[in-house]
Design a binder for this molecule. Structure first.
Ligand SMILES: Cc1ncc(COP(=O)(O)O)c(C=O)c1O
Length: 291
């Protein structure tokens, strides 16, 4: 079965020409997006993702021409058309079609496009072996520039980091912020477990990850201490455990950062427990697609 996508009120084949070359999402990266997962015919943390999409839009003064409930119904409808059981959904909203010249007033209406496709675990056997991460020489864009809390179509900084990870044969790239503190990975949040405390950097320097919040909640339910605080690579290298979180990556154990082997080089026991709890949660909760 071919994949159906949604663009501005129409359902079409994934290869259909659908976005104008004058769309400011393409010309200027002027737009926002989300990444959402479906497990077992249910959409995980649907409201949280939709809220973040609308908050990103608000931050760039972009009006999404649909009520939230209507937007959600279209995503569900697209999932049904593509018979999604386990899937990944990508809503994208751009400033819309304008002309050359970056003034957003040239765009009369936002472009709304949605992809919903089947999706399997991102890292394959690395969930058992652990992931290799390298620190990128690029710094995460600070809140003084395009705020990292905005899930914008400006991901070039992240792409550059990813290229460095590829060149180092690593699975992910780790950003520092402008002060040299750990910020996040190219498409994931970053955690250390140090002195038994599940720790992640404060969200001013990174995306407020929905998976990160979930991991923090799961850790707290287990009675573990959690903390958001600044830390440096020294803490990473000497951590008991490290892991990444993201909608696509889920919870991924990190065993090597910049060639430093984390603890005994195996996924840590607390990380493994969190991975299991996360798996149980995603498979048992969420908004049903087919009711
Ligand atoms: C830069 C960045 N950080 C972190 C994340 C993880 O966020 P979430 O768990 O909400 O998917 C993502 C992915 O969405 C991302 O692109």
């Amino acid at each position: 079965m071919g994949l159906t996508i949604y663009v501005n009120g129409e359902y079409m084949d994934r290869d259909a020409p659908c976005i104008s070359i004058f769309d400011h999402g393409l010309l200027y990266g002027d737009g926002i997006f989300e990444g959402i997962r479906a497990y077992n015919k249910r959409i995980f943390k649907f409201d949280e993702h939709i809220d973040r999409l609308y908050n990103s839009a608000k931050a760039i003064d972009l009006v999404i021409p649909l009520e939230k409930e209507k937007f959600k119904r279209i995503i569900i409808d697209l999932c049904r058309r593509n018979e999604i059981v386990n899937g990944y959904m990508r809503p994208i909203v751009t400033r819309g079609k304008g002309d050359l010249g970056l003034d957003p007033r040239r765009c009369k209406e936002a472009t709304v496009a949605i992809i919903a496709q089947p999706f399997d675990p991102l890292y394959g056997d690395a969930y058992e072996k652990g992931l290799k991460v390298v620190t990128t020489s690029w710094r995460r864009n600070p809140p003084q520039c395009v705020n990292p809390n905005i899930k914008s179509l400006n991901y070039l900084n992240n792409v550059l980091a990813r290229i460095e990870a590829n060149q180092a044969d690593a699975d992910e790239a780790l950003f520092l912020d402008n002060e040299g503190y750990v910020s996040e990975a190219s498409a994931d949040n970053f955690f250390i477990i140090l002195n038994d405390v599940v720790t992640s950097p404060p969200s001013v320097t990174n995306l407020r990850g929905i998976t990160r919040d979930t991991a923090m909640e799961l850790a707290e339910q287990k009675g573990w201490k959690t903390r958001k605080r600044l830390f440096t690579l020294f803490d990473v290298y000497s951590a008991e455990e490290c892991f990444i979180t993201g909608t696509a990556a889920e919870i991924g154990p990190v065993v090597d950062v910049d060639g430093r082997i984390i603890n005994d080089g195996k996924p840590g026991p607390m990380t493994l427990e969190l991975m299991k709890a996360y798996k149980d949660l995603v498979n048992s909760t969420g908004t049903p697609i087919y009711e």
